[in-house]
Write a protein that binds this ligand. Structure first.
Ligand code: HEC
Ligand code: HEC
Length: 344
């Protein structure tokens, strides 16, 4: 063999080796990707665990009446658990059956849909136990064991109020209406599969009962756990974790089809002299503002539901908000017209 051939053979061997390495690495990468996809597809809907609260519905008319007040008033469940085109009618006071339908597209995550809350056996809550319904609200775990998207921040609502709400739902006429289930994108499923999207349980043990009055303590309960003022008036990430001080505003509601292209930003409602919009409002101004309802048709704030809150509830919320530490966070504007964006 001449020297040239020996050199050629050595080169060929090296090439073959390199080729094998490339092929095997490629196969390994493909296998990993395939494994990842399969793992996500198989495990994303594994049920997660959370305790079932010991809540039992009753047919006591006073309890049911309290539930109805919460559902159409401060807790505004009704506004989301109807079809998209009826949300404003319900907010304005029409008591439509809670047949579900509100949906929101969360970019990259999925389409989240609010289910039918009437006691229909097949399509509503008829097939669910009181404990399952209570767990959805307290631990944000759906009846089929998924972490619910943080639209409902009622984790620390009292046992008594949860009982009232579930008793009211049980008292409704069943209406058959199949709402399409929540759908996730692959990315959403991957977050669920790897436990990166978690269910949000209560931070402290919720009270068994809390008597309505006009105190700061009751106002705090309403603003945090019943009327959800806190969750919209605090800047939060996609999983409902605060990224700024409570009630200092700045949560951006990006334009959606429902908002007709408008962007809203929640104002700072702490009593800061210059950047808190309510710092100079008297209790009377506050109550009158709530009785007046929405200024912007497509604002996400359920103004109509809140306009039906009792004077005492509004007083309690006002007193609580005025008792907060002032936070200096200037929210330049709360409304941006279609085509405009915050920061422009
Ligand atoms: C801002 C809109 C909104 C409000 C307000 C709201 N919900 Fe929901 N609800 C939803 C959405 C959306 C889902 C589905 C979430 C998901 O699939 O991740 C849901 C899910 C549920 C479920 C889960 C059902 C199951 O099969 O596990 C129950 C029960 C429920 N809501 C009851 C209520 C009650 C009671 C209230 C008032 C105290 C309420 N909701 C207020 C939007 C809302
Ligand atoms: C779903 C989100 C959401 C919830 C829940 C919510 N807000 Fe708002 N709030 C907003 C947005 C967005 C604006 C700005 C647009 C507007 O004025 O409607 C706003 C505006 C306000 C204003 C200014 C009104 C004005 O005329 O200047 C006050 C005061 C206020 N909210 C207080 C509250 C209180 C108190 C609660 C609880 C009882 C609450 N909000 C619950 C989103 C919300």
């Amino acid at each position: 063999m001449n020297a040239w051939l020996i050199q050629f053979n050595a080169k060929l061997n090296l090439m073959k080796k390199l080729f094998r390495i490339v092929v095997w690495t490629g196969l390994a990468v493909l296998l990993l990707i395939f494994g990842f996809f399969t793992l996500v597809q198989i495990t994303w809907d594994n049920a997660i665990d959370a305790p079932y609260p010991d809540i039992r519905a009753t047919s006591d008319p006073a309890v049911i009446a309290r539930g109805e007040y919460l559902v159409y008033g401060p807790s505004h469940c009704a506004v989301c658990h109807v079809s998209m085109d009826r949300m404003l009618d319900v907010d304005n006071g029409l008591k439509l059956p809670l047949t579900g339908g509100f949906e929101e597209v969360i970019p990259g995550f999925g389409i989240i849909r609010a289910p039918n809350l009437t006691p229909d056996e097949e399509t509503g809550i008829g097939r669910l136990t009181d404990g399952e319904i209570a767990r959805s609200l307290r631990h944000m775990v759906s009846s089929d064991g998924r972490p619910l998207f943080p639209f409902m921040e009622f984790q620390e609502m009292s046992d008594e109020d949860l009982t009232a709400i579930i008793s009211y739902l049980r008292s409704l006429e069943p209406v058959r209406n199949q709402v399409k289930p929540t759908e996730y994108t692959f990315m959403g499923k991957a977050l669920l599969a790897f436990g990166l999207f978690k269910a949000k349980g209560p931070d402290v043990t919720p009270p068994v009962s809390i008597t309505p009055d006009t105190t700061i303590a009751y106002g705090r309960y309403l603003a945090h756990d019943v009327a959800n003022c806190r969750s919209c008036h605090t800047s939060m990430d996609n999983q409902g974790n605060p990224t700024g001080p409570d009630f200092s505003g700045g949560f951006v509601f990006h334009p959606t089809e429902w908002s007709q292209g408008y962007t809203f930003v929640s104002p700072n409602i702490t009593p800061h002299e210059t950047s808190g919009i309510m710092a100079h409002w008297t209790e009377e101004v506050f109550i009158n503002r709530f009785r007046a309802g929405r200024a912007y048709e497509r604002s996400h704030m359920p103004w109509g539901s809140y306009s039906r809150m009792s004077d005492d509830d509004l007083k309690a919320i006002y007193r609580y908000l005025q008792s907060l530490d002032p936070v200096d966070n200037k929210v330049a504007r709360t409304v941006y017209f279609p085509g405009e964006h915050p920061g422009q």
